[in-house]
Design a protein around this ligand. Structure first.
Ligand code: PAF
Length: 279
């Protein structure tokens, strides 16, 4: 395990100098099968697989679940070892954000839609920490899961705009048997909430079916999803969106590629899911 920025930088530089490729999986820990799939890809496509584990405080707003965010470093270390990850980078908060830290990276427009609308500043926090990790770990490839579709769009844009020499690789959402998208936050759900949480994927499935059967009105799709979620007493909709997967702007007609995405509070836990459809 590497705990300091200096050691991580020096290790990365020496691997690069000896011609080795580095794959980075940025995480906030509490690993699940989704993380593990990213780690396996990083492991197989690079000489050195680095996993960073840092619960990034600046991507949480006051009142959000930073304090409740699940953590279990010992378990994560075991899982990373099992997968033969080469380096687990676990920096200290005070080293990533010393007192005088005052820089933010803002990917404008893309960051303001969907999750950005209900979590202002969230993607600034994500872009800032990911940019720092790219500088520190100097990866050739970086791996992100598509459950956080908007995050992948924001990070891709940032990497291009700031000329990072890193290939952004995205992998499909990994799901539980009943369809619930894997998330560290699922561990916060009570048994009743866990069963209510199925409504996210179920409502997306209904939307996909309707689109397959010819529905093209984005408003009708949003309504179908809202109606399904409304049947769950423990669920409260944050947003339901049908947008362009490139600009993340809402569309009125579903044609070509569309991103159907939603965020739902189940109890106190906010869950997200999405599906990409093609007509
Ligand atoms: O997806 C996450 O876990 C986080 O947003 C990330 C990319 C590690 C940045 O903190």
């Amino acid at each position: 395990m590497v705990r300091t920025i200096q050691e991580m930088k020096e290790t990365a530089l020496s691997h690069r100098a000896s011609g080795k490729t580095i794959g980075l999986v940025p995480t906030m820990g509490y690993f699940h099968e989704g993380h593990l799939s990213l780690m396996r890809a990083a492991r197989s496509e690079n000489d050195i697989a680095v996993v960073s584990l840092f619960v990034n405080p600046i991507q949480f707003r006051p009142g959000e679940d930073l304090d409740r965010y699940p953590r279990d470093l010992n378990r994560d270390v075991e899982l990373a070892l099992d997968l033969e990850v080469d380096i687990l980078f676990v920096p200290e908060g005070t080293e990533i954000y010393p007192k005088e830290f005052c820089t933010r990276i803002s990917v404008q427009g893309l960051s303001d839609r969907l999750c950005g609308e209900s979590r202002p500043g969230h993607f600034q926090g994500v872009a800032t920490v990911v940019a720092k990790l790219f500088h520190i770990v100097q990866p050739h490839r970086a791996y992100f899961g598509l459950k956080d579709f908007q995050q992948t769009v924001v990070i891709r844009r940032m990497a291009q705009d700031l000329n990072f020499d890193v290939k952004i690789i995205t992998l499909p959402t990994v799901r539980e048997k009943d369809g619930l998208a894997m998330s560290s936050r699922n561990s916060c759900l009570s048994a009743d909430e866990r069963s209510a949480a199925r409504c996210l994927k179920e409502s997306l499935d209904i939307a996909v079916l309707q689109i397959r059967e010819g529905e093209r009105s984005a408003d009708s799709i949003r309504t179908i999803i809202r109606e399904r979620i409304a049947r769950e007493k423990l669920a409260r909709i944050d947003y339901v969106s049908v947008s362009s997967p490139k600009s993340l702007q809402e569309v009125s007609v579903v044609e070509g590629e569309a991103l159907v995405a939603l965020a739902v509070f189940v109890g106190r836990t906010r869950l997200i899911d999405n599906v990409l459809v093609r007509t």
